[in-house]
Design a protein around this ligand. Structure first.
Ligand code: FEO
Length: 400
């Protein structure tokens, strides 16, 4: 994409990445892509805010050069050192050594660790300002959102918050960068939620602390380092973050996420009847076969639904291994405070339930009665499956 002027002399100079298949080597973006949003302010002092990953350096430098010769760049603000935003820094330093790099004290340590850069660096602290001419930058320290060095940059005259990873989303930008030019914000919000649960959710307390810090700040535009720039609804993503960040310690939506795995179809057959029981109570339900679905796509549903049903057979006296991986990721990403239950079959002896209960305790889940059966479910057990699903669903009906 070509550079886009966001306000007079303030430009988006970002890059769409439609090549990387796994973000952080972990999260699928093969279908969705991702953008690395960089921003350029032209003034008496020219400043670049955030970069892109190393593989896109040439495109980024070309974007900047179209507006400001690299030799005329005065400052480079590094809000966050993760290499999707700092990867181009080493090359930029070789080409534009006159540009002073700005970051938090922790970011400066990381510049040495990642790129061996130690010269012409300016450390900024929370609340510091930098006059550029007609524009002034103010820096907000936002540690652990989501790395220890992270900060945000605010342009005072136009009230633009360059929020880095916070308030961003997966998905390459579709020829435009603003929320009011995007025609299906529900789809985008889902990708922003996937980003939140994949990247940010382990840091809910820093999210809430940051929102508190920003609560009195007048904001006309929120410009994250991935995804859409919010100008028609600048508070939209901040409000969603406040809601989402609350779910690691308080009740989420009254719905059910059902994750299951089945080796030969016995647990799956029961799952289908349990789903009927849940549906009979008219409670929202999302179903995922964990053997076919990447955890990246399951985390958002788990995060926003209060109910979590896990169907899995016992495997060699233990939790079915792919479900163990899901539970481990729940711990990593702080999928806490759920109302949960397990169902599943075993061939000769159980064992999964005991190990599941140990995991559930670590996850602070409110565990409900389980439903186990041997081999294939009998007609009576299928009837029981329906009742099991309906009883679980009734816990999420308002007023019950
Ligand atoms: Fe977009 Fe934490 O990097």
């Amino acid at each position: 994409m070509l550079p886009i002027e966001m306000q007079p002399n303030i430009y988006w100079v970002g890059i769409n990445d439609r090549v990387t298949e796994l973000f952080e080597g972990l999260w699928p973006i093969k279908q969705e892509g991702v953008s690395y949003n960089s921003y350029l302010i032209r003034d008496q002092k020219n400043v670049l805010i955030d970069l892109s990953r190393e593989t896109t350096t040439e495109d980024l430098l070309s974007q900047i050069n179209a507006l400001v010769p690299l030799a005329n760049l005065d400052y480079v603000v590094i809000n966050h050192m993760e290499p999707d935003h700092s990867g181009a820094l080493f090359a930029l330093r070789q080409i534009a050594p006159q540009a002073t790099i700005i970051g938090s004290a922790k970011a400066v340590e990381m510049m040495k660790q990642f790129y061996g850069i130690t010269e012409n660096i300016m450390v900024v602290n929370d609340g510091d300002t930098l006059a550029l001419g007609n524009h002034t930058l103010k820096f907000f320290s936002t540690p652990f959102l989501h790395w220890p060095e992270t900060m945000m940059t605010y342009e005072i005259s136009q009230q633009i918050l360059f929020s880095c990873d916070a308030f961003g989303g997966f998905g390459a930008l579709p020829g435009s960068i603003f929320d009011d030019q995007y025609h299906n914000l529900t789809v985008y919000d889902n990708e922003a939620l996937r980003y939140f649960t994949n990247i940010v959710s382990a840091f809910c307390r820093p999210v809430l602390k940051t929102l508190d810090k920003l609560s009195d700040l007048p904001v006309q535009m929120v410009a994250p380092s991935h995804g859409l720039i919010w100008r028609s609804q600048p508070q939209h993503m901040l409000a969603l973050y406040k809601e989402w960040a609350g779910y690691d310690s308080s009740n989420a939506h009254p719905g059910v996420t059902l994750l299951y795995a089945s080796m030969y179809g016995n647990t799956e057959k029961v799952m289908e009847v349990i789903a009927q029981g849940i549906a009979s109570e008219n409670v929202a339900l999302r179903i995922f076969n964990i053997s076919h679905t990447h955890i990246s796509y399951m985390l958002p549903a788990m995060w926003v639904n209060q109910g979590l049903l896990l169907g899995m057979p016992t495997y060699e006296g233990n939790i079915f291994p792919p479900m163990k991986a899901v539970l481990d990721m729940c711990k990593t990403k702080h999928v806490f405070h759920k109302t949960a239950a397990r169902f599943g079959s075993h061939a000769w002896h159980g064992g999964a339930q005991r190990h599941f209960e140990e995991m559930a305790e670590l996850l602070k889940w409110d565990l409900q009665e389980c439903f186990e059966f041997s081999g294939g479910a009998s007609p009576a057990e299928l009837q029981k499956s329906f009742q099991f699903g309906a009883a679980f669903a009734r816990k999420f009906k308002t007023g019950v």
